[in-house]
Design a protein around this ligand. Structure first.
Ligand SMILES: O=C1O[C@H](COP(=O)(O)O)[C@@H](O)[C@H](O)[C@H]1O
Length: 253
């Protein structure tokens, strides 16, 4: 079932498995669309449950049909830990997705895990994005002046956080930086870096992928209660924001 509001569409499915199947089809369609239009596909990954929900993309027919050679991968947020640490969003994505498809190594942009502090890791990630802009690998939005990705795949926590932008933390209000840092994330591990809202909201397409009953209150507040002021409610896209919900996550709408 679909419900449209402005440049937002809300898709509700019976089960998490139905969400996973629809998500694979949606990503593959956008991959084809962007590669036809501009010859490349810049994708931003979250951590968390998203990676498992992307599982059908690594299977037939998508594994063979998608032109992985044109993909580039970035991270919406990352924990400041070594890339082989169990808490690393890169490791999660590598184990569950990237190791199973053939995206060129040079197109994968994890954080530099040799940086010792969240400040320096955020600074470094932003600088590397500025270099990609200078090389015309990443375009800037004509509207915001921030980097414009083709597709961001965004998860949400039960507290309404997206990326590492949490309620009751100032990072969600950052307006200038492309990448910022947090040292006291309420969800462990505490040191993280994260894209900021002006950058997130410059994306052409965004998929909010939210499943499970423990997300039902946050989904209700974000979609139906503007006063809740949760970070998830601040997500918008320059093109279309598409919510993928299962029955449990949508149960209080
Ligand atoms: O800590 C994080 O949490 C969010 C939400 O994760 P989920 O397990 O509730 O899906 C995730 O999107 C983010 O990338 C991650 O660092």
């Amino acid at each position: 079932m679909a419900c449209e509001k402005g440049n937002k569409i809300i898709l509700k499915f019976d089960t998490e498995d139905d969400v996973a199947k629809a998500l694979a089809k949606y990503i593959a369609l956008h991959s084809g669309r962007f590669i036809t239009e501009k010859g490349s596909f810049n994708v931003v990954l979250s951590g968390g449950t998203l990676i498992d929900t992307m599982r059908y993309l690594t299977q037939t027919p998508y594994k063979e049909l998608v032109d992985w050679s044109k993909w580039s991968i970035f991270w919406l947020d990352e924990r400041v830990v070594p890339l082989d640490h169990k808490d690393s969003n890169y490791k999660l994505a590598w184990d569950g997705f990237l190791s199973k498809v053939s995206i060129p190594e040079g197109h994968i942009y994890p954080i530099n895990d040799k940086k010792s502090s969240p400040e320096s890791a955020a600074e470094d990630y932003e600088t590397r994005h500025r270099i990609l802009v200078d090389k015309n690998i990443l375009p800037l939005s004509d509207i915001s002046g921030f980097p414009k990705f083709d597709l961001m795949l965004v998860g949400m926590g039960p507290d309404g956080h997206v990326a590492s932008l949490f309620p009751n933390r100032p990072q969600r209000f950052e307006k200038e930086r492309w990448v910022t840092y947090i040292k006291d994330s309420p969800k462990p591990p505490p040191p993280r870096i994260t894209y900021t809202f002006p950058l997130i909201n410059s994306s052409t397409e965004i998929a909010m992928v939210v499943t499970g009953a423990e997300l039902a209150n946050a989904v209700k507040d974000v979609l139906n209660n503007p006063k809740s002021n949760l970070p998830g409610a601040e997500v918008s896209a320059e093109g279309l924001l598409t919510w993928f919900l299962d029955k449990d996550a949508a149960s209080k709408l």
